[in-house]
Write a protein that binds this ligand. Structure first.
Ligand code: GLA
Length: 400
């Protein structure tokens, strides 16, 4: 009897949990927010306003210029896409000036180029920028998104009491499931709570924002890295195929990061098994930043099928070592320097520092500045890191 009861509960819980088969590796794509925020004046800023033309332009570039081929397949409209009022039937309406063809037509366009469309909403009465939220309209909104053929929803948590999330986010996810349309579910649930219930969050969401919004600065990237390192013992166990911690967008290619700092963000986000959501003007991005975003060896670390989130394993001399175990038995190891004192810094790391077992390794530089070398069990591994920069390697054990 006990067993039957247990089986019933298991069945019930799997029917209620998010089991959409999506995001088996961290989602990759592009999101409007960090670069384009809430620019709505298309007369003054025609190239930058949140509009169907920005989405189409970005979709075209992603399809043509190698981003889609590298794995970036979601193009996501963040806040500020709605009219301030719902229509007579309480349905959401996209801004009539900026999205004259409507979201369904835009989804068709994006799908026609081989990409998928994501969109932002908020679990509260209003979005963070003050547009109508879903609270009280959940059923009609989910139905509308499914009719529009949307593939990804980012559900934010402004303008509602955070104690409502624990039931509200799962209920919204259940509605998404019931549409029968595969829709990636990105939650902001834990970002607004003091003690989030991560086992529940990981059960109902494909990805979730844990912490503060990223800004276009090295200080912000560093702060997020530190928060994830400090909370890693708790966080890593919730990441895996279908459910990921989200340290927020990549700010690579904008105004605030140097090339070295951009490489740090890309390397650490890959170690963290983080969603890779670019937020940059792909029409004007400089080639060296594009190269960072399209680095296939680094992306392969991020998308590693084992889906194990890595950790910061060592700190010292104002440097950090980050390590992620990969499906083929290799380790992705990033040596990050937070130092700002001039010349590149030489760091010597032992096997213990790197948290790898004593073996002989082939060591490949994932940013391709150095030749592949071998690291043997006798010595220490020595590397030289630029100020606020990274050396990022794949350590593959070799048999002798
Ligand atoms: C919050 C989110 C951001 C962005 C804005 C939009 O701050 O964390 O990522 O979606 O809202 O208003």
């Amino acid at each position: 009897m006990k067993i039957l009861w247990f089986m019933f509960l298991e069945l019930l819980s799997s029917a209620l949990s998010l089991d959409n088969g999506l995001a088996l590796t961290p989602p990759m794509g592009w999101l409007t927010w960090q670069r384009f925020r809430c620019i709505t004046d298309c007369k003054k800023y025609p190239e930058e306003c949140i509009s169907e033309s920005l989405i189409k332009r970005t979709t075209d570039i992603m399809a043509k210029e190698g981003y889609l081929a590298a794995g970036y397949n979601y193009v996501v409209i963040d806040d500020c896409w709605l009219e301030k009022k719902r229509d007579a039937n309480n349905r959401m309406v996209a801004d009539r000036q900026r999205f004259p063809s409507g979201i369904k037509a835009l989804a068709d366009y994006v799908h026609g180029k081989g990409l998928k469309l994501g969109i932002y909403q908020d679990y509260g009465t209003k979005t963070c920028a003050g547009y109508p939220g879903v609270l009280g309209y959940e059923e009609i909104d989910v139905k509308t998104f499914a009719e529009w053929d949307v593939d990804y929803i980012k559900l934010d948590g402004c303008n509602v009491d955070p104690s409502k999330y624990d039931t509200g986010y799962p209920a919204f996810g259940k509605l998404l499931n019931e549409t029968g349309r595969p829709i990636v579910y990105s939650c902001s649930w834990p970002a607004y709570q003091d003690n989030p219930n991560y086992s529940s969050i990981a059960k109902y969401c494909n990805l979730w924002r844990n912490y503060e919004d990223i800004d276009d600065s090295w200080a912000s990237v560093k702060n997020i890295m530190q928060w994830f390192a400090e909370n890693q013992d708790e966080l890593v166990r919730y990441a895996g195929p279908g459910h990921w911690n989200d340290p927020d967008m990549l700010v690579i290619g904008n105004f605030g990061l140097s090339l070295d700092q951009a490489r740090v963000q890309m390397a650490v986000w890959s170690i963290l098994a983080a969603p890779l959501l670019m937020s940059v003007d792909l029409a004007t991005i400089r080639p060296e930043f594009k190269e960072v975003l399209l680095n296939e060896d680094v992306i392969a670390v991020n998308q590693d099928p084992l889906g194990k989130q890595g950790m910061r394993v060592w700190t010292g001399s104002d440097c950090e070592i980050w390590n992620r175990e990969l499906a083929d038995g290799s380790y992705a190891i990033a040596f990050v320097s937070l130092r700002e004192d001039g010349a590149p810094f030489t760091l010597e790391a032992s096997f213990d520092d790197m948290k790898i077992s004593k073996k002989i390794y082939k060591v490949k530089d994932l940013y391709n500045d150095e030749k592949t070398t071998f690291c043997d069990i006798q010595g220490k591994f020595e590397t030289r890191i630029n100020p606020t920069g990274v050396r990022f390697y794949k350590f593959t054990p070799i048999c002798i």
